[in-house]
Design a protein around this ligand. Structure first.
Ligand SMILES: Cc1ncc(COP(=O)(O)O)c(C=O)c1O
Length: 394
């Protein structure tokens, strides 16, 4: 057994790439200046922040002045939704925001708050594969709609949404389109021009940078968002607070690595995922795969197990670190809204696990994980009287 559990939870968070650590280290030690200071220490820090801004912009096909650094995906989503909503209200525009039933809690909770503040929220449902239907989206766009926020890839089932088709619907009507691209940036081409989005959320800790740093892309020409943090005027007044220089440098380095290595990473990760899925499917009759096989993240597997709950499996397989449903919010015992939105019962949702493969996952990791899961789930299946249950594929 490995010294540490095999890590298959890359949708929860990614390890920090050692090259990212190397890039950020000087900004934790010698280059500690405040970017707002006019002396040399400050200028070095400011230059590093601007270099990182260009790196992040380059990953998504944007211009550096379209990037605002934030503390997290949660903050970026909040700034996008609340910043737009408050700006539209000040200009007397429509008060409807359209999102989906499967967007991240950071979006859902922000929408709840906006609803309490007088905005109207429409949540469009998805099909059994987790994809939005364009006719449903078109119907949801009413004359008072000011903003549509749809995540690029789902953090539980990995489904990718048809953003460029959606942009074709929003563009002509003067509706802004925001996407939360937290889950896609490390493994899927995510170009703001191709996607046609006006706002896009970037999250460091899903792309091999540390936690506590993110960014929001705001297309040039978008009416100014109302800043949610005011104070020292950093980020050209769009987000006050002294910049997290080491985190921002890390995000920039991670963006450059993603741009250079994403496609090769994705191909390798997809091969590992397919091999893991083949092994588990062969050993576990009745296994259900959630999400879209055509439009999905390469490293994500959402699986509903026959006859064992995710919690029981996690206890039986300490040698693999994986999630039951979504790890971003495990404090809730209610069934995952994403899984229920795609038609799973509460009982099926309880039997659902998420396996997330990443840049540093090896073939050995996949073999270890497959064997351990089959041993535990297979044993339970056999106990439950299932035919053809395989305890160990080796
Ligand atoms: C899709 C998505 N959006 C937003 C977030 C929130 O990001 P953060 O943890 O940086 O606030 C996460 C992860 O937690 C996520 O998976």
């Amino acid at each position: 057994m490995n010294a540490r559990p095999v890590y298959l939870d890359h949708q929860a968070t990614t390890p920090v790439d050692p090259r990212v650590v190397a890039a950020m280290l000087p900004y934790l030690t010698t280059e500690f200046g405040n970017p707002s200071s006019s002396h040399g220490y400050g200028r070095a820090a400011a230059a590093a922040v601007e270099a990182a801004r260009a790196q992040v912009a380059s990953l998504i096909g944007a211009e550096p002045d379209e990037i605002v650094f934030t503390s997290s995906g949660t903050e970026s989503n909040h700034l996008a939704l609340t910043g737009v909503a408050q700006s539209v209200r000040a200009r007397g525009g429509g008060r409807r925001i359209v999102t989906t039933t499967i967007d991240h809690p950071a979006t859902q909770a922000t929408c709840d708050r906006l609803a309490a503040d007088g905005f109207r929220i429409t949540r469009v449902g998805v099909g059994s594969d987790g994809r939005l239907g364009l006719p449903d989206c078109a119907r949801a766009l009413e004359p008072d709609t000011c903003l549509v926020s749809v995540m690029h890839a789902n953090n539980e089932i990995g489904t990718l949404q048809p953003l460029s088709e959606l942009a074709a619907l929003t563009r002509g009507r003067g509706i802004l389109l925001h996407t939360d691209a937290a889950q896609s940036l490390a493994s899927v081409p995510t170009d703001v021009g191709t996607l046609g989005v006006d706002l896009l959320t970037v999250v460091g800790h899903k792309m091999y940078a540390p936690k506590g740093v993110g960014a929001l892309y705001i297309r040039r020409g978008t009416p100014s968002l109302v800043p949610q943090l005011v104070g020292g005027g950093q980020e050209h007044g769009r987000r006050a607070a002294t910049e997290n220089v080491p985190g921002i440098v890390a995000l920039g380095a991670a963006a450059s690595l993603a741009l250079a290595e994403r496609d090769a990473d994705a191909a390798r990760i997809r091969t590992l995922r397919d091999s893991l899925l083949r092994t588990l499917t062969a050993g576990l009759p009745g296994l259900r795969v959630n999400g879209s096989t055509t439009y999905g993240l390469p490293g994500n597997l959402s699986l509903t197990l026959p006859a064992i709950t995710a919690q029981e499996l996690a206890e039986a397989v300490p040698e693999v670190a994986f999630s039951a449903g979504a790890a971003c919010h495990t404090t809730s015992s209610a069934p995952s809204p994403v899984l229920t939105a795609i038609g799973l019962t509460a009982e099926q949702a309880e039997r659902t696990i998420r396996l997330g493969i990443g840049r540093f996952t090896s073939e050995t990791d996949i073999r270890t994980a497959a064997q351990a899961i089959l041993r535990a789930a297979g044993a339970t299946l056999a106990h439950a009287g299932w035919p053809n249950a395989v305890g160990d594929p080796s």
